[in-house]
Ligand binder design. Sequence first.
Ligand SMILES: NC(=O)c1ccc[n+]([C@@H]2O[C@H](COP(=O)([O-])OP(=O)(O)OC[C@H]3O[C@@H](n4cnc5c(N)ncnc54)[C@H](OP(=O)(O)O)[C@@H]3O)[C@@H](O)[C@H]2O)c1
Length: 427
Amino acid sequence: MFNAMSNNLNDGLPYGLTLTTLQHLTLLSAIALGSILWVEIVRDLYHVLAHLWSPLGRLHNWHHRVFRPDLSVMSEEIYRKAHWYNDVPEALVMLTCSFLPGLACWMGGYPLAAAAASVGSLYTLTFLGGAIARGAGVPQMDELTDLTHRPGPFTTYPSHWRVNRTYHWRHHFDDQKAYYCGTFTLVDRLLGTALSLKGKTIAVTGASGSLGQALLKELQGQGAKVIALTSQDHPLTITRQGETLPVKTVTWKIGEEEALQSLLEKVDILILNHGVNVHQQRSPQAIATAYEVNTFSVLRLMELFLTTVKTNAQIATKEVWINTSEAEVNPAFSPLYELSKRAIGELITLRRLDAPCVVRKLILGPFKSNLNPVGILSADWVAQQVVKAAQRDSRNIIVTINPLTFLAFPVKEFLTSWYFRLFTRRT
Ligand SMILES: NC(=O)c1ccc[n+]([C@@H]2O[C@H](COP(=O)([O-])OP(=O)(O)OC[C@H]3O[C@@H](n4cnc5c(N)ncnc54)[C@H](OP(=O)(O)O)[C@@H]3O)[C@@H](O)[C@H]2O)c1
């Protein structure tokens, strides 16, 4: 059989090139897995279309009528109808499209590859069967086959690559024009619909600074309700398209973070962006300033914010973003800045192992500001890239001109995170 397989697939290779049996098995497995990914992409695109094209939307709306915010079912009748009007047609479209990769392989003269590609069709048949069974009211089918709609407390925040209940809940109750994916998050990440900022209350520290201003502007442009958290004692404004706009301003002071508790209860996304650069100083006072501003106040605010994450809705929608800087892995020619930023970077890596909500790190390269007057990038551009990356659900957002950071940071983060995971315990 393996010889036949080798002959079949080797036929298509350039003269002199042959694949071993192991390579063939790997290739066929990749085709089988690819065929599953393909049908999932079809499912998600069908879902997107249902939110754009009203004839399909009318069928899909049945699905949106089924659940209450705690994911309990409104009525058995609506639940069953929703499967006949939405899930069954969706699975039939997936099934039809599932034949395309196999057909292409068959027509290209690779029957074994076509057989591997048929895995996508078998996979889809399980969904079609599940949808028909749920529509017919077969007992316990929802528990076995409708995993992203099960009621009960959320045990974790929205997952990164696979859709969990928390991730999907947001499509129903946060923003129906986002979070389209059903099994893998790939399509949302490509479309930038893996995080919706519309209507979210977002508070930004360091709001009077260059990046603080740019972030407030960009986030407001995306439909967020922004709050400027500042150490200044006067209201701040932002300038968008030549127009000066007032912005809700709250004054806070280092060491008095607790005073923000009641505000943070109402905040969906907290962006910890304040920071200081003591440049070439090395006095005890400079050490205290660098660590108090860049490390400990950030940690205190993050911990305070995490205590406000309690309900299912908060686990699903609350987030904290921390601007640590690429000084986590590269020199910034300011040792105390590097030390304090590395300290907060590592503490975030440690604490986010137990975080109840999504925690993102911003790893930014040099941009022009009071803190870095010789920065190359513009704060506006950096803010736009940060927001786009968050909408693609990047959990470590790297925006820099230094290619080394794209290599060094993920390796450092992975190793540190595993080191912390292995040698610490959740209390
Ligand atoms: N510029 C760069 O090249 C670069 C690169 C990577 C990362 N970063 C990081 O990006 C963040 C924003 O910096 P930026 O470049 O936009 O600098 P910036 O214009 O100087 O803004 C920093 C802001 O932090 C707040 N801040 C400073 N000292 C404070 C204190 N003692 N207590 C409370 N707040 C204080 C101030 O905002 P309020 O007056 O509103 O409180 C200040 O405007 C910082 O965390 C920085 O480390 C910058």
